[in-house]
Design a protein around this ligand. Sequence first.
Ligand code: S3P
Length: 172
Amino acid sequence: AALNQTKENIILIGMMGTGKSTVGEILAAQLGYALVDLDAVVVATAGMTIPEMFELHGEVYFREAETAALRSVLTSGDRQIIATGGGAVLKPLNCELMVDGGYVVALTAEAEAIIDRVKGDSNRPLLAGNAEERIRAILEERKHAYEFAHCTVNTSSLNAEEVAQQILTHYR
Ligand code: S3P
């Protein structure tokens, strides 16, 4: 991909349960970059958990905090592995910030793999109720949302190490 950004960040995008955080840890260790979990930045800044934010202030509030966190992380840092939340790509503005701020890698997975990885997790308000049904619906809603990435890795039949190695092959 022809890249015009000046920063050496790697930005991981993809649905919940595609392994962004785990793969991010491996990449950060291998490259000696800082690992930044965007959800964690939002939580630390807001002083409450993601379920609390959705419950008390609604999703729109969370999305605004997420954009602010993304902007601040991209403005202030470099040589970072940034693991984003699955919905961070929903705003075109965020996608622009990402493409300008680093090498954007999309992780994809089949519904079954995602369901398997996120089951029993109570920290994702969008999956409240019937998680399996919600995942299938969200995957359908977002089926093109991750296509702007500089590269895409299908993680369904790979472990996190293998995903990280594939990303490094493209990145280096
Ligand atoms: C969301 C994904 C979550 C978190 C929030 C919303 C989404 O991050 O940002 O619950 O809209 O897909 P993960 O992708 O790390 O689960």
